[in-house]
Design a protein around this ligand. Structure first.
Ligand SMILES: Nc1ncnc2c1ncn2[C@@H]1O[C@H](COP(=O)(O)OP(=O)(O)O)[C@@H](O)[C@H]1O
Ligand SMILES: [Mg+2]
Length: 215
């Protein structure tokens, strides 16, 4: 049942990679899919969130593994990908062997970026790595960029999206996720915002729009 492998990637920290990876993995598991969340970051944020989830006895449980080393990540992915329907990889916010291994194995690269010029410059780095992974693997791996922690007002969102147009390696996905407390609080308890109470309808709609666009 070779699952679709999605890597949430950026060479910048703090753009929401772990939060987005966690939300996608849990949302798919809630739909009854067999999901594997791989943490390719030396930091253990994603694994910690899933551990908190496990200790709280929350359902569905999520299978996780920690492969901060690129060759281990590549090998394990090759051996185990047929056991899962969906595989989501979270990587660290810098260039690493795990990031490169994930990019070369992925079916889809998701690039969250924040509406701040400094972060949009960082898009140049990940765009170059994506192009390199395509050249090395010989696969035209799809890469989609979207705004995370988008502003609810002002012109920064629009400016960031215009900057992304300078990097044709990454296609823009017009499904922004705004900066919402519910999303941060949920992730801190090992939950998707879909599970969070009181229910944040706007956050749910944004995540569902992103899921619909990528699956
Ligand atoms: N859409 C969002 N709304 C509010 N807070 C967010 C959102 N996405 C991420 N965050 C918060 O931003 C911080 C960085 O997110 P994280 O997922 O750890 O980023 P990364 O993995 O890219 O370093 C965390 O404190 C997280 O709770
Ligand atoms: Mg992270």
């Amino acid at each position: 049942m070779d699952g679709k492998v999605i890597v949430v990637a950026s060479t910048k920290g703090g753009v929401g990679k772990t939060t987005v990876a966690l939300n996608i993995a849990i949302a798919r598991a809630m739909q009854g899919r067999d999901v594997w969340l791989i943490n390719g970051d030396r930091q253990d944020t994603a694994s910690t969130a899933i551990a908190i989830r496990g200790e709280a006895g929350r359902h569905p449980p999520i299978a996780t593994a920690h492969y901060p080393d690129g060759s281990a990540l590549r090998t394990q992915l090759l051996h185990q990908r047929s056991k899962f329907q969906d595989i989501v990889i979270d990587v660290g916010g810098r260039d690493s062997t795990a990031l490169r291994a994930a990019l070369s194995q992925a079916d889809l690269v998701l690039v969250p970026f924040q509406p701040r010029s400094f972060d949009t410059w960082a898009v140049a780095d990940i765009a170059a790595l994506i192009e390199e992974a395509r050249a090395t693997s010989g696969k035209p791996t799809e890469a989609l960029g979207f705004l995370n922690m988008a502003d609810t007002a002002g012109s920064d969102n629009k400016e960031a999206v215009e900057t992304l147009a300078d990097y044709p390696a990454i296609k823009y996905l017009d499904t922004p996720i705004r900066r919402r407390k519910s999303i941060a609080n949920a992730a801190g308890s090992g939950m998707s915002v879909l599970e969070y109470q009181p229910k944040d309808e706007k956050a749910n709609a944004e995540l569902n729009a992103l899921l619909k666009a990528i699956y």
